[in-house]
Design a protein around this ligand. Structure first.
Ligand SMILES: NC(=O)c1ccc[n+]([C@@H]2O[C@H](COP(=O)([O-])OP(=O)(O)OC[C@H]3O[C@@H](n4cnc5c(N)ncnc54)[C@H](O)[C@@H]3O)[C@@H](O)[C@H]2O)c1
Ligand SMILES: [Zn+2]
Length: 247
């Protein structure tokens, strides 16, 4: 298919939209070299990420879970945002009413220069104290030096939302407001299987809004209006460049 056949419907819809939103998942960071959980590089020391990223795994063996998080932090620190992240920054400049929500915990959107962002699953570079609930920056990579800066407790956990946990109330409420008002959602690099995020596109569609999905793999969870079956780092810069020329 030509560029026009693939991108024009998405650009037309964006031009018409009054309340657009973007939801990104692990796929947008794949081209930066950060593994997705379900991709072939998701496993670590024979552990399945879908079982490690759980409160049960942390309760049973917090050391292993922390070692996995420290390993992922080191990978993320050594990687850079890609053309997809930068294209979203440009789109936000062109469309100030655009709301960007990410399921990612890697901070790459911010490193690309995005200032306003909802991180619905937290951030891997923060930790939460289980004794006093303080959330603090976590730049340590050794387990022995992990202490709460507020109370000194070593009962700390990554400040991320694990499978089976709910998203903190104040964040989910703002996000659900955005979803209820959105007339267009662009889902980028998300498998559409992790709730509540998987329900966002369904909700926008229910109100006859537009759904644009950017993902190189067919995605059975969505039956979207506009499907761009390409890697985000290839599709997004062209989409944003052509949008910018037409508006
Ligand atoms: N980078 C990160 O921060 C990171 C990485 C892995 C997992 N996670 C966490 O795990 C959860 C897993 O859910 P998920 O649905 O986001 O991820 P997922 O791993 O379930 O799915 C990733 C999706 O990205 C697609 N994809 C792969 N390469 C792509 C590319 N170049 N461009 C566009 N799409 C591409 C895949 O086809 C897949 O559908 C997330 O909610 C997140 O909290 C975060
Ligand atoms: Zn504390």
């Amino acid at each position: 298919m030509s560029d026009n056949e693939v991108l024009t419907p998405a650009i037309r819809a964006l031009l018409k939209s009054k309340n657009p939103m973007i939801l990104t998942g692990a796929g947008i960071s794949a081209e930066s070299g950060i593994p997705t959980f379900r991709g072939k590089d998701g496993y670590w020391r024979n552990h399945d990420p879908l079982t490690l990223a759980t409160p049960e795994a942390f309760a049973k063996d917090s050391r292993t879970v922390w070692e996995w998080y420290n390993y992922r932090k080191e990978i993320i620190t050594s990687k850079q945002p890609n053309a997809g992240h930068f294209a979203i920054v440009k789109l936000k400049e062109l469309l100030p009413d655009l709301t960007v929500i990410t399921q990612n915990v890697d901070g790459l959107h911010q490193r690309a220069g995005l200032i306003e962002l909802y991180e619905m699953h937290g951030n891997i570079f923060k930790m939460k104290c289980l004794s006093c609930n303080t959330i603090s920056i976590n730049s340590e990579t050794t387990l022995e030096s992990l202490f709460c800066p507020e109370c000194g407790s070593n009962r700390v956990r990554p400040n991320v939302v694990w499978f089976g946990e709910s998203i903190p109330g104040e964040i989910i409420n703002s996000i659900l407001d955005t979803v209820r008002n959105a007339d267009l959602i662009m889902t980028i690099g998300t498998s559409g299987t992790v709730y509540p995020a998987a329900g966002f596109a369904i909700e926008v569609r229910r109100r006859e809004g537009v759904v644009i999905d950017i993902n190189p793999d067919a995605n059975s969870a969505f039956s979207n209006d506009i499907l761009i079956r390409e890697p985000a780092g290839l599709a997004l810069p062209r989409l944003v460049e052509q949008f910018s020329a037409l508006r």
